[in-house]
Ligand binder design. Structure first.
Ligand code: ZN
Ligand code: ZN
Length: 232
């Protein structure tokens, strides 16, 4: 059974058999999250830096982007990264909770969010083998099914298996991730690419991939992320 058929069967089963909320276990009908828990998810602040989506008082460009402008031109974030959203991302990433995808991408489906193509944040082949799937590609495919923007699955790859960014202090993240990606000019040249990722923390990984895409000729790079972490 291919992934699309599996996905369709999963959706039919969800409608036939009422589910229990992944977060509080209350009955949640055809959805993986109940309406109360859905209301606990904090949507991204409308006052945010237009480049990196970090909250700023008057939607000004933040200090970090002024000091060191990123290679991407815009970031759209669905939610703020704190409880209980962090639990949902963890479940998608490590516990095969694929039914959560639609809840996570929903705020990114606004009609004004346009790009020529989507690219999921690539995992290094070794990391992909360990995990068995790339959660960002699941998100990208679901977005594409809704808005019709094609996903380029082989246009960018991770060529260095860098240590996990999560264990590193912010100041080391930029150097850790530099030149970690390669991008195919034949597929990205002249296009506005939207990179799809689950969580944006320092933005270093997104910057590094965006830089590779721009160097390969992309005309513009946006980041569309499920959650934006607020840095202390
Ligand atoms: Zn609930
Ligand atoms: Zn910024």
């Amino acid at each position: 059974m291919n992934r699309l058929t599996l996905n369709t069967c999963l959706k039919i089963a969800q409608r036939l058999f009422p589910q229990n909320c992944y977060l509080c276990n209350a009955e949640s009908g055809a959805y993986p999250i109940c309406t109360e828990c859905q209301a606990d998810l904090t949507l991204q602040s409308i006052h945010a830096c237009p480049l990196c989506a970090h909250p700023t008082p008057n939607s000004d460009i933040c200090g970090s982007c002024l000091l060191s402008p990123p290679a991407y031109q815009r970031t759209l974030a669905a939610y703020q990264y704190h409880f209980p959203l962090d639990k949902l991302i963890h479940a998608l990433k490590y516990q095969h909770q694929f039914a959560l995808v639609d809840t996570l991408i929903n705020p990114l489906l606004l009609a004004e969010y346009r790009a020529d193509a989507l690219i999921a944040m690539p995992l290094h082949p070794l990391r992909l083998r360990e995990r068995g799937y790339n959660q960002s590609l699941l998100l990208a495919n679901a977005i594409s099914q809704q808005n019709g923007i094609p996903v380029l699955t082989h246009a960018a790859s991770r060529i260095r298996n860098t240590p996990s960014q999560a264990g590193l202090a912010l100041k080391f993240r930029k150097t850790n991730i530099l030149q970690a990606f390669s991008a195919d000019p034949a597929q990205v040249s002249g296009k506005h690419i939207a990179i799809i990722d689950d969580v944006m923390t320092s933005g270093s990984t997104l910057h590094s991939l965006a830089l590779s895409l721009i160097q390969a000729g992309a005309s513009e790079v946006s980041c569309w992320v499920v959650a934006r972490a607020v840095l202390k």
